[in-house]
Design a protein around this ligand. Structure first.
Ligand SMILES: Nc1ncnc2c1ncn2[C@@H]1O[C@H](COP(=O)(O)OP(=O)(O)OP(=O)(O)O)[C@@H](O)[C@H]1O
Length: 422
């Protein structure tokens, strides 16, 4: 207003007046703008510093301090020399654990877990152990599997581990999925308690079939075509169950199928299904052997249940060849090019044309061209009726795990085999 008035007051012939007025404009406006800018900068800086301070005060992984190992489980007594306890005692973590009431009814009192019998392997969270659980009758302890959270664990890992237990709880019971028995999460160390599927994974089972072993602990190591269908069907029932919950497994492989003495198959390795549950998709952080992957996954495209269907016949073929690696003639790194030429696994002599026909339908390049788990199961149920229940599948050579790992494109340590100990 003042400036306008001054302008109006200056006559155009009064040069001095016009110059003075412009000087006024040149000084006042930029000063005003600079001041605003400085105030804004100050506010932003203040907010930034305040946020930094709050973050420093928040509990983070580095805040976790060591605690002595739990005495409840005699891991050292089992002769392994170490302990599986988390070196963790931190108020914030304890508060955090206390804040998961959803798990309250799953708690297994630690004193019921009496003795660690063996370490099966190192799983994705930490050691996977076989332990005895007291059932009330001292003469009948029950064998269970403990998945422990390894040390050192940060809050994020603790959170993820608890989330995983809740995921099992969400899934509920299914005959063909490994069952959650409970958990020990009220204090550290943390354990997920699972039913013990004592005969271990299908791959080891198949390798044992190659030996002259007839029966072991009630399990018959003689496989017929009918049994192959029978186990395949159970895996598909588990996949249907996951599909009903809008999930998929993501790593269908013989190493993730556990076998009971009555040939009940149970799917384990639910890590990727949990990712689908929490994020709606699988990330690429977990490495799955290339030779097991459906084309869309090799191409890093989004995958779904029909990628599981693609992988399921890979299991069947491994089955029918009693644990031979898939695509033995193709180097693991060349598998995508191989599939892009629309080449599929050859029919082994032990595989009937009916079974191979079913497999081929699953190895369709296009996802939409593959059957759903239910359609596939129905086909297996038809095939089972005429399947051979007499002839035992025989592959004479023993497996050399190192060679298998190289041909299959997997790390030999990932084969949790006690095969060599038989
Ligand atoms: N309930 C069980 N009974 C017997 N053995 C088991 C059981 N659970 C796991 N195992 C053994 O441990 C191995 C690894 O299991 P699993 O893949 O479930 O663990 P993980 O590494 O924690 O993977 P994920 O995070 O995908 O579940 C299996 O191949 C099997 O040998």
């Amino acid at each position: 207003m003042g400036m306008t008035r001054t302008l109006l007051e200056c006559s155009l012939s009064d040069k001095l007046c016009v110059i003075q007025e412009k000087q006024y404009e040149v000084i006042i406006v930029p000063t005003f703008l600079v001041t605003i800018f400085l105030i804004l900068l100050g506010v932003i800086l203040w907010l930034f510093i305040r946020e930094q301070r709050t973050q420093q005060q928040r509990p983070g992984p580095r805040d976790i301090a060591p605690v002595p190992p739990s005495r409840d489980l005699s891991w050292e007594a089992a002769g392994h020399g170490g302990n599986v306890a988390l070196p963790l005692k931190e108020t914030s973590v304890e508060n955090f654990l206390g804040a998961t009431p959803a798990l309250a009814k799953l708690q297994v009192p630690r004193e019921q877990l009496s003795e660690v019998l063996e370490q099966i392997c190192n799983g994705s969270y930490g050691p996977i152990l076989r332990a005895n659980m007291n059932t009330g009758d001292a003469s009948k302890p029950k064998s269970v599997i403990l998945k422990a959270l390894k040390e050192p664990a940060g809050l994020h890992e603790v959170q993820d581990f608890l989330g995983r237990i809740q995921f099992h709880q969400y899934l509920g019971k299914h005959k063909n999925l490994v069952q959650l028995e409970g958990c020990c999460t009220e204090q550290l160390p943390l354990y997920m308690v699972l039913e013990d599927v004592a005969h271990g994974d299908l791959l080891n089972f198949l390798w044992t079939c190659r030996r002259d072993v007839m029966t072991m602990d009630g399990l018959l190591y003689d496989l017929t075509e009918k049994q192959v269908y029978h186990i395949g069907k159970q895996v598909l029932l588990a996949l249907e169950f996951l599909q009903d919950k809008h999930l998929f497994h993501g790593d269908v492989a013989a190493r993730n199928i556990l076998i009971q003495s009555d040939l009940t198959a149970k799917l384990c390795g639910l890590g990727l299904a949990y990712e689908v549950y929490t994020r709606g998709a699988i990330s690429s952080t977990q490495t799955i052997p290339l030779k097991w992957l459906a084309p869309e996954r090799l191409l890093l495209k989004p995958a779904g249940i029909r990628a599981d269907v693609y992988e399921d016949p890979t299991v069947l073929i491994i089955f029918i060849t009693t644990g031979a690696p898939p695509y033995p003639e193709v180097p693991p790194a060349s598998i995508l090019q191989h599939l892009q030429k629309r080449k599929i696994m050859k029919r082994p002599s032990s595989c009937t044309r009916t079974m191979y026909g079913i497999m081929k339908s699953c190895w369709c390049w296009r996802e939409a061209g593959r059957p759903s788990p239910r359609e596939l199961r129905l086909r297996l149920e038809v095939a089972i009726k005429t399947a051979d229940d007499k002839a035992v599948l025989q592959v004479p050579e023993l497996v050399v795990p190192e060679l298998y790992a190289a041909v299959a494109g997997i790390r030999v340590e990932s084969l949790f085999y006690n095969y060599s100990m038989l």
